[in-house]
Every structure is written in C-alpha cells, then in structure tokens.
Design a protein around this ligand. Structure first.
Ligand code: WQD
Length: 340
C-alpha cells in the first residue's frame, strides 16, 4: 500500500483529500500544526472512512523536525497544503506569509530530496493569473503580478518547485485551484469558520444562519451581465479527487514534464448575485444582502478552461454549484447543532 504525506491534512481541502486518498486505497500520514484547524478533524475523517490516518504534529517552520520526519517515515509522495491563505491578512502581515508559505515549502522539498521522495503535488491558485486577458483561463495564460503577498507565495511556490525539479529527481504537479466551496456529504468535515469569513460562501452561509446580519456584496458595477464579479466555484470533493488523479499520474510516471500545471475548476463562471440566488434555491433560506463598494484587489472575472486536466488527468468536476451550496448549508447546520 502506497503511503502519502499530506501536510495541512486537517485543514479544509486537506481533510477532504485525505478522505479521498483513503477511499482510493492509500495509506496516509498527516502533518499539521493545528494553527488553522482543530484536532477533532482527525476523528471526523476516521468516522467517514473507518481508517485512522497517522498524525504527526509538526510546525513546518521547524526545519530540524521536518528533516527528521523524512528520516522516520518512508513515503511514496507528498501533497502539500500547509500554508496560510487569507488574502487580506497577507497584506497586513507579509513576512508571516513569506515565512509560513515559502520557507516551509523549501524545508519540505529539502526533506524529500534528502530521502529520495520525488512525487510532489503543490496547492496553487488561479490567483497567479490575476485578471486574465482571455476567458476561460488556460494554463498558458501569462501569470500576472500578484495582487497580494498570498498570491505572491503561490507564484513563488511554483517557481521554486519548477527550478528544483530541473536539478533533482523531483517530479511535481501544481494544481491551480479556482474557488473551493462546499463540504463532505456527511457534513462531518467542512470549512471551519474561524473568525469573520473572508470568502463569499462562508459569509453567505453564516448570514443565512443568522450569525451575520447582512452579506455585503463588493460592487455591482463590474462589466458583467448583472454587474457583480464572476468566479468558478468548485466543490471541494471534486477538488480533492483532482489530487488523486494528479498523484496517480506521478506514481504511474505518466507525467510529460518534470513540473506540470493544471487548472482545477468547473469551467463555469457564476456571479455573486447568481450564487446568492442559487443558495436560496438550493436551501430555501433567505440571504439578506446590500451592495457596497468594490473590495481592493478583486478582479472582474475568472473561470477555468479545464481541457488539459480533463485530458491529461482524466479528471472532470462532477458536482454542481447548487450541490456545493447545499452541502455548505448542511455543514453549517451540523455546526449549529454542535454549538447548541
Ligand atoms: C469571491 C467573490 C468577492 C466576500 C480568494 C483567493 C483565492 C482563494 C479563494 C484561498 C468576489 C465577492 C466575497 C464577501 C463578496 N484563496 N465577495 N462579499 O477573492 O475570488 O479568491 O479566495 O484558497 O486564491 O484569491 O474569493 O470568496 O473572497 O470572493 O461580495 O463578503 O465574492 O468580491 O467577487 P476570491 P472570495
């Protein structure tokens, strides 16, 4: 049985990917520092798959611990999620982001290299494209100057893995996520609401639940059909399955370059107002909202051309926006029950 290290494996996308790895017959060891999640996610994963992943609490900023991990554990590949991901926070605290997202990446890659681990999946983001000149966005679209230190760490991360793959045995795939949404159908894992939500869907869900009074829609003066900005919202379970497809490509040595890049989205764009309407339709819940000024750094529209991932990874998103939104609401209801 192949063993895979998942860094950040107790996080939102990480935990859903651990479930799909176990469903696909992989053994999983998780590294997480619990800075943006809770330890009980491990039990929730176990309750879904009936297989308890190994868990090692390490802060990847501790180089000694990272290098020691790779001496203690023999793994066949690494899926690297561990990173900070709040765009606004990254603007306030750039050095924290560069240390937590870049320095740690170099330690993981050094640990892999010292112990002949060559298969690496990197959590990247469509943010590297900025406002693309053409839509839908292909992998050949030029990357643009980052709008935030968070976005810069994704761009730098891709450069680091590509440069390293040229002179070591590293074989890497960077998955450029569009907008992850939703939760596992069991509602046992999902996006933990730690603090005021920065992203749209958690804010919509918490408004519907009465936790937030009113959703602020950041601008309705964009050059789009209804004036609100357009994004490609992909169900986190579809996103998790893309990691399995990418991992198998590397394990089967089917990669066509030492470092490859794939857009992981649905290929469909939805505006903020369309998302609100779809949520209300999918859940029967009302969402109070008001239109306010645009948020600095936001782009008008982004949605993926998924031809390459469909063809090369044999992967395609299957779950709809409504299914994603309904699963987000079911997850929120499960949290409300816990909090009662
Ligand atoms: C989506 C749309 C907002 C909140 C960022 C990162 C990306 C990834 C996902 C981490 C935009 C609008 C939002 C609100 C609103 N990061 N909005 N009111 O900015 O597309 O992408 O998060 O994984 O790399 O760049 O996502 O959910 O913040 O915004 O009107 O309260 O919803 O203006 O148009 P974004 P988002």
């Amino acid at each position: 049985m192949k063993k895979i290290l998942v860094t950040g494996g107790l996080g939102y996308i990480g935990s859903h990917t651990v479930v799909e790895l176990q469903n696909s017959g992989f053994e999983v060891v998780i590294i997480d520092n619990l800075s943006n999640t809770t330890f009980d996610v491990l039990d929730k994963i176990t309750s879904i798959t009936s297989i308890k992943p190994e868990f090692v609490q390490i802060d990847l900023k501790n180089k000694k611990d990272v290098l020691q991990f790779f001496k203690n554990y023999t793994v066949d590949g690494v899926i690297h999620f561990a990173a900070s991901k709040a765009v606004g926070e990254s603007v306030e605290q750039p050095l924290m982001y560069y240390e937590n997202n870049i320095t740690t990446l170099t330690y993981v890659l050094q640990g892999m290299n010292a112990n002949n681990v060559s298969n690496f999946i990197f959590s990247s983001s469509c943010t590297v494209y900025g406002q693309a000149d053409e839509l839908p966005i292909t992998e050949n679209a030029p990357t643009k100057p980052a709008e935030s230190p968070y976005g810069a760490t994704k761009k730098m991360g891709e450069i680091i893995i590509e440069d390293t793959s040229k002179v070591t045995d590293l074989r890497a795939i960077a998955l450029r996520y569009f907008n992850p949404i939703g939760a596992h159908e069991t509602a046992k894992i999902g996006e933990l609401p730690l603090g005021v939500p920065q992203n749209l869907i958690p804010y919509v869900v918490q408004t519907a639940a009465g936790i937030r009074e009113c959703l602020s829609i950041f601008g309705d003066d964009y050059p789009t059909p209804d004036g609100t900005a357009i994004r490609d919202y992909i169900h986190v379970v579809d996103l998790a399955k893309a990691h399995i497809a990418a991992l198998n490509r590397l394990l089967n040595k089917e990669n066509k370059a030492k470092c490859e890049f794939f857009n992981i989205g649905t290929g469909t764009g939805s505006s903020v107002l369309e998302v609100v309407k779809a949520f209300e339709k999918a859940t029967g819940k009302k969402v109070n909202y008001k239109i306010v000024d645009r948020r600095t750094g936001d782009i008008t529209a982004a949605y993926a051309d998924t031809t390459l991932a469909n063809k090369e990874l044999g992967w395609k998103a299957k779950l709809s926006l409504e299914e994603g939104l309904a699963s987000s609401w079911k997850w929120q209801e499960s949290l409300l029950n816990v909090n009662l």
